[in-house]
Design a protein around this ligand. Sequence first.
Ligand code: KG4
Ligand code: ZN
Length: 356
Amino acid sequence: MTAASHSSKAGAALAEGGWEVPSPCRVLGIETSCDETAAAVVVDGRDVLSSVVSSQTDLHSRFGGVVPEVASRAHVELLTPVVAEALVEAGVDGSNVGAVAATSGPGLIGSLLVGLSAAKALALVWDVPFVAVNHLEAHLYGAFLEDPALELPLVVMLVSGGHTMLVAMEGHGRYRLLGQTIDDAAGEAFDKVARFLGLDYPGGPAIDALAVEGDPKAADFPRSMLAEGYDFSFSGLKTAVITHVRKHPDQAVADVAASFQEAVVDVLVAKARRAARDVGARGLCLAGGVAANSRLRERALDACIEDGLQAFVPNPAMCTDNAAMVAAAGWWRLRADGPSSLGTGADPNLRLPLLG
Ligand code: KG4
Ligand code: ZN
């Protein structure tokens, strides 16, 4: 792998850097930012040879949320077998892996350090580049794994347990923040409401499954800040659900779940559509764990058809945390910036790199 003189590569800002990546480049991706221990091998940022995810959900469910110390200890135990499985499934070893990428933030500091240290050690042993990956950018590239033919600009709605952002993507690595949540993230609202309703952890999938049997019009929950700008607020909705259930204790939980979910989806889809129209986007992309929500996917796809937008809605396994998205984002970053320094630390508060 050699540093190239700054040859311009059409169309992609992230690809305009000075690093030439020979093809095929098999990138081992490692993801340990929260409670999934994951490893994957992806070729040239798009072909997934393997993607192994070991979820720690059972370990954390009795606490109703992720316990950081429990998470990092579990990553230490699980990472070696998970990486071994990803390599075997992909049919690769140290002799033909081209780079090792790992999430460096945002996330839980102890958990991030486990994956990051392992990735640096493997890169050193195999004498290949190490690439530090931003978890938020990785979610974005999860959306492009199935359909890399981007038509820019795009509006990306990144909805996860920790983030809710509307971003205009003008090129690879060129993001402009349009709006974000002013209080709870969308996934956090799903998790908190589910916990109040006595549903399983994590709450998003539990509400999604139960809502199928419920009436989304059963309760009239607020659509906060629906007509105002691109920012979101979900904490009032959470309070409204609690107040409603206390007043109507006999109402079917499925009806409450469906009505809550509809309120969240109404706001997300309305703002994403408006943003796409206002920035003249060619497409709309969903990313992050909440993008696995069946009602959000259905409504976003309908909106894209109605508005003539290209839709990037990754399959549900690519929405929640996984390492294929890390390997894909790592490949794009390697092309743009070259290898990361082995001195790169974990950053629990790492932000998406934004323009201007
Ligand atoms: O992206 P992710 O796996 O981890 C973070 O980076 O936060 O997102 C996890 C979040 C959790 O809040 C979870 O409840 C939510 O995504 N989630 C869902 C669904 N699947 C996961 N929310 C709604 N519907 C789903 N089907
Ligand atoms: Zn995530």
